[in-house]
Design a binder for this molecule. Structure first.
Ligand code: CP3
Length: 344
């Protein structure tokens, strides 16, 4: 069936005159209406599990800006929580989880098939969104890629160099592989359920892929994503998949082809001109404006936005930031970016 939604057309490989646009973390703390709804929910995790309010914050940036896609409001750390890890958020600091250092720590986790009770409110959010989103807005579901989720589960928090995960991988590889296996299975089940509930596209966030080098990149960033994509495509062949191996650098080359992803998301560590030559030749790319422009705005935002749009204009492209928008961003700069992309 011919697609009419612009995001789905770009993901199918079509070069559009104006790239469709959405933004990572588009529902977030830079928006006063998000802060108000989060206050109503109590805290961030209560918001994630309150289907009505999670749908509401997902819709807020669509109402305000008319983005071409909306991304389900949830978090990549809900899957480890559903597997039995403790999870809480410390205001101003970030996530905290129970850690995995020993076989005993791993053995308390549940099998992948047991995640759906805990995650059923997320599937309900997807169903509400499919009813309430405008007809031309694409709904994107997501999960973390196994390596990135493993870095949080092992360390129990975000870490600047993913040191604890690297240490477990290098000193207890059999235990590390069990963590990765459980996450691969859980991610396949979780994303399948999002698709069955109505997600039209899914995205895998591998925020820490860049800390894997050489053969480790192949084993722990590329292979798991390839396995997840193969399993999802076997069940849902028509659902496009976006992979985001953040920080991959040269390893962006050939990543879509090697994993079966329909699109790779580019961080801001590569230039759009380089990506046009080396990555876009294999299909759709998404990205890659530095999110700092959403804080600073002005002429440099406009120039850099135009540079990216021009550089990627000869192939399929979805405009986005190179990483999530930050809480200190100015909502007016988001509008300026959108107007620049759409040429209005
Ligand atoms: O993009 C969206 O709008 C959809 C929702 C979404 C969130 N997190 C909501 C969120 C998505 C896709 C994510 C992904 C996510 N979560 C990633 C991968 C992408 C990336 O940013 O690298 C990671 C690593 C996480 C884990 C996570 N969640 C961290 C490290 C933090 C704390 C840091 C921070 O930005 O505060 C979160 C919290 C989080 N997830 C917030 C939001 C809107 C802020 C929570 C709040 O309202 O206080």
């Amino acid at each position: 069936m011919a697609q009419t939604k612009t995001i789905l057309r770009a993901l199918a490989g079509e070069t559009l005159e104006t790239p469709p646009i959405w933004m990572m973390r588009q529902a977030g703390r830079y928006l006063p209406e998000y802060r108000a709804t989060r206050g109503q929910a109590g805290d961030f995790l209560s918001l994630c599990y309150n289907s009505e309010l999670a749908a509401e914050v997902t819709l807020q940036p669509i109402r305000r800006y008319g983005f071409d896609a909306s991304i389900l409001f949830a978090d990549i750390l809900l899957l480890p929580q559903a597997l039995g890890a403790d999870l809480w958020f410390v205001t101003g600091e970030g996530p905290r989880l129970s850690t995995i250092q020993s076989q005993a720590d791993f053995d308390v986790l549940k099998p992948a098939s047991a995640i759906h009770d805990k995650l059923s409110p997320i599937y309900e959010t997807v169903r509400i969104l499919r009813r309430e989103l405008p007809a031309d807005t694409t709904l994107i579901g997501f999960a973390g890629a196994p390596w990135t989720v493993a870095t949080y589960m092992i360390a129990g928090r975000g870490t600047p160099d993913q040191g604890p995960a690297h240490a477990l991988k290098d000193t207890k590889p059999a235990l590390f592989d069990q963590v990765m296996e459980r996450l691969i299975e859980g991610t396949i089940d979780y994303l399948s359920m999002q698709i069955e509930a109505g997600a039209e596209v899914v995205k895998l966030f591998d925020s820490w892929a860049g800390s894997l080098k050489g053969a480790d990149f192949d084993r722990y960033a590329l292979e798991p994503v390839k396995r997840i994509i193969a399993a999802l495509k076997a069940k849902h062949p028509d659902t496009p998949i976006i992979a985001f191996p953040r920080g991959a650098g040269e390893r962006y080359i050939g990543f879509a082809e090697a994993t079966g992803a329909d699109c790779v998301a580019l961080d801001d560590g590569v230039t759009a001109a380089w990506a046009a030559e080396h990555v876009q030749k294999d299909g759709c790319v998404q990205g890659n404006l530095a999110s700092s422009h959403m804080v600073t705005g002005g002429q440099s935002l406009v120039e850099e936005t135009r540079r990216i749009v021009d550089a990627l204009s000869k192939g399929p492209h979805i405009f986005n930031l190179g990483h999530g928008i930050t809480p200190d961003a100015d909502p007016e700069n988001v509008q300026l970016m959108i107007d620049t992309v759409r040429g209005t």
